[in-house]
Design a protein around this ligand. Structure first.
Ligand code: AAO
Length: 492
């Protein structure tokens, strides 16, 4: 349950946030497979609430389940099945986002598959869940019925997160319904799951649900393979509930990673690149094998969740963002997740983005498909960070070097660092406000290498910088602080 089941020579999970299933299927075949990506995190596939006001079809409606019918803003069940099959055939794994802590917030209506729901009477007949299937006053003792204090572990797990109707996961019937939903996805060929809001569920309840899960589908996976589980727990320290409360059950999202890495690359609070030498466990983070890491996610790129605007890097800070992603993919720590976003107009007032709710590019609420431009970038408001050369080439770097040890660390004491992964790959960063020109041990065999950051290594011609490694393994590394990208990466 801690293995993402990547095919050999593949690396990295990309979150295709709010993409349609049909587009993901095509992306597996035309891009993710050929570029050595391991897998895709998809948006929640189940029926969700449809919100028209005050926010019109916000992205967050998908975090309010109405039923476990596989009919959502990203497509219907047939499209979902087709996607899973085509991605598996392209060698790309699929991980679904599971929202199982709760159903909707207050109100009533019809969900994305047309199912009726009523939060006031706790009625979700398309599952069916009724009033006895939710936590209530018997277990939650706050005045509002919502979580009011994160320092009280009981209310974090027994009361309502943001008013969302809190499922009684201690109950056998509820556990069974949730497990049936997940097993349906496993049978279809999914490789695993991101589990939402795990802090708000008891470890024992999750253990029970996970123990009901089937092995992965033997059509695509070795027999007896268990689903890969990565659990969303925001643990920045200072609360009674810790990420390590859940590491015996699967991996856990390490939110310190993106915050600290953002602070280092922004040079906040006197941070220096050289301090990254022992990044990860050395900085008080989870054990590498327990940790799912990312520069930003769909919450903190818009001020939800945790991290803060002054720290978290996103596609909007592109130069620093590419550096952060490159470091993450080159450095040996955690399972790597890359964010793939759509753009929206930020409008921060009083520390809050007034536009943080804006949903994916759409025609009247129907999510648009993703058009691909001649230069391989995406159109129509889809950012497609995973199609930025500096990012997808680093996926290849990670794929090639992931089993090699960190070697040849060098730094200038401040904002210049370099290291190799064994004798397979080498990377150097210049985050100073001046040029870098040093001769370094790369660990690589002698030869002429093509920098995969500034260009592409085609058949016999390199459109990027050329780097010459001598017989002694050393190379002259020149990086301008004013270049589009102030780092270089080479590999055998
Ligand atoms: C929407 C509306 C709400 C409305 C609700 C119900 O926005 O106003 O009440 O519907 O009608 C997403 C959106 C929500 C949305 C929800 C449902 O983000 O705005 O609510 O869909 O549509 C906590 C959870 C964490 C959660 C995060 C957002 O622990 O699990 O809040 N993330 C997931 C998803 C997310 C989704 C949900 C869960 C719900 O990724 O997309 O919500 O399914 C502290 C705690 C954290 C806590 C944060 C935020 O963090 O530690 O556990 O996260 O607060 O409340 C520093 C600290 C850090 C602290 C942070 C913020 O960084 O170091 O610990 O400050 O104070």
């Amino acid at each position: 349950n801690k293995s993402p089941h990547c095919h050999n020579g593949r690396f990295g999970i990309v979150h295709l946030f709010e993409w349609r299933w049909a587009d993901i299927a095509a992306e597996c075949e035309r891009w993710l497979g050929p570029k050595n990506f391991c897998g895709v995190q998809i948006s929640p596939p189940n029926e969700h609430r449809i919100i028209d006001s005050p926010d019109y079809r916000p992205w967050y409606q998908r975090y309010q389940p109405v039923s476990y019918k596989l009919d959502s803003r990203s497509g219907n069940e047939q499209e979902l099945r087709d996607m899973v099959e085509r991605c598996n055939k392209a060698g790309v794994r699929i991980y679904a986002d599971l929202v199982i802590n709760h159903m909707t917030g207050g109100g009533q209506g019809q969900g994305s598959s047309g199912s009726y729901w009523n939060a006031d009477s706790l009625s979700y007949p398309a599952v069916p869940f009724g009033s006895g299937d939710f936590n209530g006053r018997d277990v939650c003792n706050t005045g509002s019925g919502n979580i009011e204090n994160y320092n009280d572990a009981n209310q974090v797990r027994n009361c309502r997160l943001l008013g969302l109707r809190d499922l009684r996961l201690g109950k056998d019937y509820v556990r069974g319904k949730v497990a049936d939903y997940i097993n349906n996805l496993i049978d279809m060929g999914m490789a695993g799951f991101r589990v939402d809001a795990v802090k708000h569920m008891w470890p024992g309840d999750l253990q029970n649900i996970y123990s009901r899960l089937k092995n992965l589908n033997s059509r695509y996976f070795l027999s007896n393979s268990r689903p890969f589980i990565f659990q969303e727990v925001i643990d920045m320290g200072g609360e009674p509930i810790k990420g390590t409360d859940y590491t015996h059950l699967g991996q856990v999202t390490e939110f310190k990673y993106g915050k600290e890495l953002g602070d280092v690359i922004r040079k906040n609070n006197g941070q220096r690149l050289r301090y990254l030498r022992n990044f990860g466990e050395g900085w008080g983070m989870l054990r590498s094998g327990d940790s799912l890491v990312f520069v930003d996610n769909h919450d903190n790129q818009r001020g939800h969740g945790a991290g803060g605007y002054g720290s978290i890097l996103t596609h909007a800070d592109s130069k620093m963002y590419k550096m952060a992603n490159a470091f993450m993919m080159a450095f040996p720590y955690g399972t790597v997740r890359i964010m793939s976003s759509y753009s929206w107009q930020r409008n921060i007032q009083g520390g809050k983005d007034k536009n943080d709710w804006i949903g994916p590019p759409s025609n009247g609420g129907n999510t648009k498909s993703v058009p691909i431009n001649a230069d391989n970038t995406c159109g129509d408001g889809w950012v497609c960070e995973h199609r930025w050369r500096q990012i997808y080439n680093m996926v290849s770097f990670g794929a090639k070097s992931q089993n090699e040890p960190l070697r040849n660390w060098w730094d200038n004491g401040w904002q210049q660092v370099a290291f190799s992964r064994g004798n397979k790959a080498f990377i150097a960063f210049n985050n100073e406000d001046r040029e870098m020109d040093v001769t370094l041990q790369t660990g690589l065999p002698a030869g002429t290498y093509c920098d995969i950051v500034s260009g592409q290594n085609g058949k016999g011609n390199c459109s990027g910088k050329t780097i010459y490694v001598g017989n002694d393994g050393r190379a002259r590394i020149q990086i301008s602080n004013r270049a589009d990208d102030s780092f270089i990466a080479i590999m055998v």
